[in-house]
Design a protein around this ligand. Structure first.
Ligand code: FES
Length: 105
């Protein structure tokens, strides 16, 4: 079973925004999509752009560096589909957001 690591309070990530956190040796971006939290690898597979700083529209984030787009719910690329980023399970306990230390398989 994956270990969940507390990273933030729900008030730290308002709806429509994201923040990046270091969890173990991974940098993980946590997104708030209409009150539901999703977590994917922060580093874009193109050249490492910070996805948490990207443009968020619904469940899609656009990389701030060269505009590759990813579904934050599962890490799939929404334009082209030739790559993806890892997705991580998220748990809420009270107002605390925890992220799995291991990617979803
Ligand atoms: S680094 Fe993300 S699109 Fe280039």
């Amino acid at each position: 079973m994956s270990k969940f690591v507390p990273v933030a309070s729900i008030s730290d990530i308002p709806a429509g925004s994201a923040r990046a956190f270091v969890v173990g040796d991974r940098e993980i971006a946590v997104f708030n999509v209409d009150g539901t939290f999703h977590a994917i690898e922060n580093g874009c597979p193109h050249q490492g752009g910070p996805l948490a700083e990207g443009w968020i529209e619904g469940k899609v984030v656009t990389c701030p560096w060269h505009a590759w787009c990813f579904d934050v719910t599962d890490g799939t690329m929404t334009m082209g589909g030739f790559t993806s980023v890892d997705a991580f399970d998220v748990q809420l306990e009270g107002s605390t957001i925890s992220v799995s230390a291991e990617p979803r398989t």
